[in-house]
Each structure stands twice: as C-alpha cells, then as structure tokens.
Design a protein around this ligand. Structure first.
Ligand code: 15L
Length: 265
C-alpha cells in the first residue's frame, strides 16, 4: 500500500513510518520540516493546512491511503488548534475525494472525550464527545469531518483516540493510558487493512491491565495490542497529581492548569 504519513518527522510519525516501511508499505512522508538524515522513502515538505500544498502532493503521488498524524500535540489557542487539526483534516479529505484515495487513519486523542468522569466506568466508542481542552474540541471536530466524509463520499476513516504514546509509562495515569511504540504500529496497520470500516473509532492504548478504555472497538478492527504497561509498574513513582489525574479520562488536560481564560489565549 502506498501510504501518505503526515507529521512524519514527529514522535509518532517516526515510529509509524519505520514500522510501515518494515512491513512492506510504500511510505510517503509529509511534514513542515525536512526529512531526518537517512530517510529511505519519498518526502514532501509542506503544511497540511495549505490546501494547495496538499493538492500538489496528491497530484504527484498515487496514494492508497493517508495516515494523518500532523498537529499540535498540546493545548494552544482555539484558532491554532482548529487550523492544526480541523483545517488540515479537511484539506486531506478534499484531496482524497479529488484523487480517489479511499482510506484515512487519523490520530485523534483521548482528549476528545477527556472530560468524561472516570467514575462513569470503562470508556466505549459510543461515549459522547466531551473535550477537556481546545485541543480536544479540535479533535472532536476533526472526527466529525471524518464521519461526514465517510457518509457523504464513502471514505473509510478510522479515528484512533490515542492515549499516552511513550517508550514506557512515566506516571500512574500512564499505567492505564499507555500506547507502546509497537502497539502503535500494530494499531495503524490494523486501521489501514481492516475491510470496509466506514467511519470507526478505536482507543489507542496497549493491553494495559489497568486500562480505562475499551479495547474491543480496536479488536473488532483487527487491532490486537501485545504490550502491557503493568510490566513497568514498579518503575513508576507515585506523584502528587495522581488523584487529580485519575478524576477524568483526560488526566492533566482536565485539571485546572489547562483552564484558559479566553478563546484566543
Ligand atoms: C495527547 O493527545 C497528547 O498529544 C499528549 O501530549 C498526551 O497528553 C496524551 O494525549 C495523554 O493523554 O497522555
């Protein structure tokens, strides 16, 4: 499969491009920055929020699928978040329709539902949108766009609500929300290859003993996580924020430090 990976130079992008290439996919990278030294696959430097730049990439490459990882990974102003997550997703979807590219795998986030109370139990894919930040609001809107294009244009779109993508868990919350590097690649490969998903949501975490989120939506799409954060539990020190971070699904994003006074702040 010839796969365009946006945000290819980012932390998830580097792992996913390496993993997809190792499984025999033909990877095309797209990022704001030049390729890391030694990058063995095609690379385009450009901004996914620029529809013309995105169209130029699609006009040059014959693509089978898109893995959209580009975007600000933290809280920022609402306009910046909407540009980074929604405008980029729209530009890619428009180009997909124009060039008959049938599938997109999207790096959504647990923060789309981050204000859900942990006390409400294990989170399923049917949880209502409940963002904890402008970042989460933008992820909700990007998911809505994917669903619209699935309904309107028949695009297959898998929104992966990623937890904490790290080499290993570093906090007590992370023992529940961790996504290992290997499982991240397995998740993307499953989302690329599952037959006719239409619009689907999965939770991007490893098979963590203390998982807060349902792995079944992912398993239905062929995502079988292999790692478990519990293997690192004895290396994780308890911290003063642990209780606060356990109150809501979104952990620190749902705590007071992320509350902003104005939409553009
Ligand atoms: C995310 O979506 C963020 O991009 C990342 O910075 C972490 O906060 C992660 O979620 C998480 O919830 O641990």
């Amino acid at each position: 499969m010839r796969v365009l990976v946006t945000g290819a130079a980012g932390s998830i992008g580097r792992v996913v491009t390496t993993g997809l290439a190792a499984s025999g996919h033909d990877v095309v990278g797209l990022d704001l920055v030049p390729p890391p030294d030694g990058t063995p696959f095609t690379w385009h430097e450009g901004d996914c929020a620029d529809g013309d730049a995105v169209e130029a990439v699609f006009a040059e490459e014959r693509l089978d699928a898109v893995v959209h990882l580009a975007g600000i990974p933290d809280e920022a102003s609402l306009p910046d978040e909407l540009t980074s997550h929604v405008v980029t997703t729209a530009a890619l979807l428009d180009a997909m329709v124009a060039h008959d590219v049938p599938r997109i795998v999207y790096a959504s986030s647990n923060h789309a539902v981050g204000r859900t109370l942990r006390a409400d139990g294990t989170l399923t894919e049917r949880a209502l949108p409940r963002a904890d930040t402008y970042y989460g609001v933008a992820k909700v809107a990007a998911e809505a766009l994917l669903h619209l294009f699935a309904d309107r244009h028949g695009i297959d779109a898998v929104a992966c609500r990623i937890g904490s993508f790290l080499e290993e868990p570093t906090s007590v919350r992370g023992l529940s929300t961790w996504l290992s590097h290997g499982d991240c690649v397995r998740m993307v490969e499953a989302a690329l290859s599952t037959p006719a998903p239409g619009y689907a949501v999965l939770y991007g975490i490893s098979a963590n003993t203390r998982a807060w989120w349902d792995l079944e939506p992912g398993r239905r799409l062929g995502y079988e996580p292999q790692d478990d954060a519990e293997a690192y539990a004895d290396r994780v020190e308890p911290g003063p924020q642990d209780d606060a971070e356990a109150a809501f699904v979104g952990g620190p994003f749902a705590t007071a430090q992320f509350h902003r006074p104005a939409l553009g702040a």
